[in-house]
Design a protein around this ligand. Structure first.
Ligand SMILES: Cc1ncc(COP(=O)(O)O)c(C=O)c1O
Length: 470
């Protein structure tokens, strides 16, 4: 047979691009020499080894060590990414039918977890930052108001930092949540590293969250799919976590993932921690230098900006006047062999970790400077991203498991959407599974389509939408 994946991977290795994308190891070796140990290290529960699903030997010891490093009560290595951790987390704190307060721009794994666990969402909307045309974090006051308005809410689930490194005030929120005897889950998929330097935003673990989810593979030197679920308070029953872990985890967990979680943590405990601290001033300076280039903007935390509580400076969101994010990202790859993590309408994102060197950053700086010297362009027209707020017609699970059909967008008004329709930007579902399509939402969707905004989960030709059959 043909081997297109292998062929593409060989080409990728040959290209040897500079990586400002996931995974956090950046193709570089830390304290683990994969070349020497593969494939023998890919093993199972044989003599002398342990079982991730019921650990009582080396894996138990390793998870206990990791818990100490992260300052958690208990840490679980999860081999299905933060997606798997989010499935487990929501199922641990809620029973079927429970209400949960969820940040509207959470990751789709949270939406999926609400479907799998049959939960009733109440949404809290994030702030919107007009300068960067981007959603940011949530305000503690909004959490307080939502919980006071609906005392039946069982738990709160927030994302911090977000993809751009923007953090909410988790400490203040944890107090509000606990004063009302609820549970706080923080999807910190993008922030396992922030724990390791005081100069970075305070981690959710240290801010009083009860359950914290980490994508080890995103920001630590660890392989794709590795994640950790940290239990941080006595409000969480460990036996329920063990039980749900069995429900959502493969019965053949990978030792490569397990050891990668372990070694990434061991690396961060000493060497990684020092690197984070050492690179801090350099990255702050680099961000300033980038911003000083004519036409370039970099998302920054302005002390007067109340929409951004705190910012992880290792995420560098770069815009260039007149360039759409996708074009800038393409040019950086095509002409400079730099691979960025993602783009939105206006900008492209560099996702750096302790594995990036000063040389990588300098190449990025020189590339952006060079592109900015090309033809001068007029600024892109700003889009109004002030989205209407839909009404929930049925629970996500009810809509998801109903009979569904694709209908033309123009015929969808008055129907219940059976998927999440997500425009990028801002990456917040315009419609989440189970919500009602009104004329106002339809008009807004058309406006986004006319402006060539990428909308996920419509039909391929972007003319149809999945709805619940009447
Ligand atoms: C905020 C957030 N949570 C969870 C996930 C899922 O993480 P994973 O890819 O590790 O399953 C992502 C993925 O990008 C994410 O952005």
């Amino acid at each position: 047979m043909k081997t297109p994946v292998m062929d593409a991977l060989k080409k990728l290795v040959e290209e040897d691009s500079i990586s400002f994308h996931f995974p956090g190891h950046k193709g570089r070796t830390t304290n683990i020499d994969w070349k020497k140990l593969m494939p023998m290290m890919d093993t199972t529960e044989t003599r002398g080894m342990d079982n991730l699903l019921d650990p009582n030997g080396i894996i138990k010891e390793s998870q206990d060590e990791a818990a100490k490093v992260f300052g958690a009560k208990k840490t679980f290595y999860v081999p299905n990414g933060s997606t798997g951790s989010n499935y487990i987390a929501l199922s641990v704190v809620c029973q079927r039918g429970d209400k949960i307060l969820v940040q509207r721009n959470c990751h789709k794994s949270i939406y999926n977890s609400m479907i799998l666990n049959d939960l009733r969402p109440v949404y809290v909307y994030p702030n919107f930052n007009n300068l960067y045309e981007s959603t940011t974090g949530v305000r503690p006051e909004d959490i307080k108001d939502a919980l006071d308005k609906d005392p039946d809410i069982k738990a709160v689930c927030l994302t911090s930092p977000n993809y751009y490194g923007i953090c909410s005030d988790i400490e203040a929120i944890a107090k509000i949540v606990h004063d009302r005897e609820k549970i706080l889950i923080v999807d910190e998929a993008h922030g396992p590293h922030i724990k390791f330097s005081e100069r970075y935003p305070k981690s959710a673990i240290d801010s009083g969250a009860d359950l914290v989810i980490h994508s080890t593979h995103k920001t630590l030197p660890s392989i794709t799919q590795t994640s950790m679920l940290h239990i941080c308070s006595d409000r969480i029953d460990i036996n329920t976590v063990r039980d749900r872990f069995q429900l959502y985890t493969t019965t053949s967990p990978s030792y490569l993932f397990t050891v990668s979680n372990e070694m990434a943590t061991a690396y961060m405990e000493v060497e990684g921690r020092n690197r984070l601290d050492d690179m801090y001033d350099y990255i702050v300076d680099l961000r300033k230098r980038l911003e000083a280039i004519d036409g370039v903007s970099v998302l920054q935390k302005d002390p007067d900006d109340e929409t951004i509580f705190d910012l992880d400076i290792s995420r560098i969101l770069i815009g260039l006047r007149g360039y759409k994010g996708t074009e800038l990202m393409d040019i950086l790859y095509r002409d400079y062999n730099i691979r960025m993590e993602m783009n939105d309408y206006y900008s492209t994102l560099a996702m750096s970790t302790v594995m990036n060197t000063k040389e990588d950053f300098e190449k990025l700086y020189e590339a952006v400077k060079d592109i900015a010297k090309r033809e001068k362009r007029k600024a892109l027209e700003k889009l109004s991203i002030d989205m209407p707020r839909p009404t929930i017609a049925m629970s996500p699970a009810q809509a998801y498991f109903s009979k569904k059909k694709l209908v033309d967008l123009k015929d969808s008004i008055g129907k219940v959407v059976a998927t999440s329709v997500i425009p990028y930007p801002p990456g917040v579902p315009l419609l989440a599974t189970g919500e009602l399509i009104t004329k106002e939402l339809y008009d807004y969707l058309m406006f986004l389509l006319e402006n060539n905004i990428n909308i996920v989960n419509l039909s391929e030709d972007k003319k149809q939408i999945l709805v619940v059959e009447d």
